[in-house]
Design a protein around this ligand. Structure first.
Ligand SMILES: [Zn+2]
Length: 213
């Protein structure tokens, strides 16, 4: 099984309305994104790591987790990170009717209040996307670490970032239990490596990325 780290350029070009990466900036910046939280222990640990490096990030939250762990959700916001909508029940768009999908996004939105949306599994139908483009910037990613894949080591995940990320890359990570064995080493390694290399870590700024109508 091959776990490609980088979204092919051709796919990015074919779906230009999705956000895959940010423009290069000075100083160079990476955009870490964490999907599926907030959850106890792991999300607060991530916040501590980020704070040590004055790093900002974007958290695509699952509505049902915000309901269960509202204090952790508030902690993420209070630390100045950006929140995105990741549906209320982490639905697979390819297996869900458009009406049910949009309702689930709207239910999550009651809590997230964000104009950034990321479809769970990266799976969304053209109809679902067309409806959501009216209200959201749909954010995918350029670099995935496959941090949820138990057959990979933390170092495998770290190297996927180090060998492929460039100024402006959006990087997919997870604050979920499945990814913890890799994230606990990969995140500190990445923060250290890129800080030494003169990079900063930015949150996706909703104001910047929304399309002008
Ligand atoms: Zn997810």
């Amino acid at each position: 099984m091959i776990y490609p780290p980088k979204m092919p350029w051709l796919i990015q070009q074919f779906f230009p309305k999705f956000l895959w990466r940010m423009p290069a900036t000075i100083p160079p910046t990476l955009y870490l994104t964490f999907d599926d939280g907030p959850i106890p222990d792991i999300t607060p640990w991530i916040l501590e790591q980020l704070e040590q490096y004055q790093a900002k990030a974007t958290f695509f939250c699952v509505g049902d987790n915000i309901r269960k762990y509202p204090a952790i959700f508030e902690q993420v916001k209070a630390a100045g990170h950006t929140i995105g909508n990741h549906t209320y029940h982490h639905l697979d768009g390819w297996k869900t009717s458009t009406a049910d999908y949009l309702q689930n996004v709207a239910d999550c939105q009651q809590l997230t209040q964000s104009n950034l949306f990321r479809p769970p599994y990266g799976k969304i139908t053209p109809r679902q996307a067309a409806a959501l483009f009216e209200q959201y910037k749909i954010v995918l990613w350029e670099i995935t670490t496959w941090d949820f894949e138990a057959s990979l080591s933390a170092n495998d995940c770290t190297q996927k970032i180090i060998k492929n990320a460039t100024n402006g890359s959006i990087i997919l990570l997870h604050d979920n239990v499945k990814s913890w064995n890799r994230l606990k080493e990969t995140l500190p390694a990445i923060l250290e490596h890129y800080t030494k290399a003169g990079f900063s870590f930015g949150a996706l700024d909703a104001a910047i990325v929304v399309d002008p109508k």
